[in-house]
Design a protein around this ligand. Structure first.
Ligand SMILES: *[C@@H]1O[C@H](CO)[C@@H](O)[C@H](O)[C@H]1NC(C)=O
Ligand SMILES: *[C@@H]1O[C@H](CO)[C@@H](O)[C@H](O)[C@H]1NC(C)=O
Ligand SMILES: *[C@@H]1O[C@H](CO)[C@@H](O)[C@H](O)[C@H]1NC(C)=O
Length: 186
């Protein structure tokens, strides 16, 4: 009895890895445009576990499908979620980390056309979601970023930029992303 409980616990620990999701502001979700670009299997993987890692999402090989940008979620499926921010505005984030796994994390503005980072990361964690701590620091699940004041006209068109939460669970070797679409006011 005891041995079998131990065995199933060990099996659980070996198969379940890190998980997380940005719940606020509203992050990009999969939809019909993602199914067109990345295939329906990729959409199904996210619908099956919206907190799972990028490594669990199968790409269909379409060069226009980049699972490593916004989990492959497409702006066209998320136009109703675009947030509007002013330079210097402080934006509160909320995350759920049902299964933490220690590693670095950050939030950065991404130029979606080139998948490159715009400016400096808005927040950086050298060590995030450390499952060895009895309690995670409060800032792992509730943190704030200040919007840059030096974007010089960038990110004023919806879809041009997105704010990407990026977390890498080092031992699990798994990557987590969520994107918050936004426009900057002038
Ligand atoms: C993740 O958060 C988004 C809001 O950003 C929500 O729509 C979605 O249902 C959440 N999914 C899970 C599995 O927590
Ligand atoms: C954010 O963190 C990830 C994981 O460490 C890293 O690969 C990425 O380069 C970081 N982004 C920035 C803009 O520093
Ligand atoms: C998050 O909180 C921890 C514990 O208080 C602190 O050491 C760390 O510097 C904070 N990280 C950020 C990015 O604010």
């Amino acid at each position: 009895m005891r041995a079998s409980t131990f065995f199933s616990t060990a099996l659980f620990a070996a198969t379940v890895l890190a998980h997380g999701n940005i719940t606020s502001p509203p992050a990009r979700q999969p939809g019909p445009n993602m199914a067109k670009v990345c295939g329906s299997a990729a959409v199904s993987a996210i619908l099956a576990d919206g907190t799972g890692p990028l490594e669990n999402i199968p790409s269909n090989g379409n060069p226009n499908c980049n699972i490593f940008m916004c989990k492959g979620a497409q702006f066209a499926d998320n136009t109703a979620k675009v947030q509007t921010y002013a330079p210097g505005q402080v934006v509160p984030f909320k995350a759920v980390l049902p299964i933490p796994h220690e590693g670095p994390a950050n939030v950065s503005i991404i130029d979606t056309a080139s998948n490159t980072v715009v400016g400096l990361p808005l927040i950086e964690f050298a060590s995030y979601a450390d499952e060895n701590l009895a309690v995670l620091p409060a800032n792992n699940t509730a943190f704030k970023v200040a919007m840059p004041t030096n974007l010089n006209g960038a990110c004023q068109v919806a879809g041009e930029c997105t704010m990407q939460w990026f977390w890498f669970g080092t031992n699990a070797a798994q990557t987590y992303e969520n994107c918050v679409d936004f426009v900057m006011t002038a």
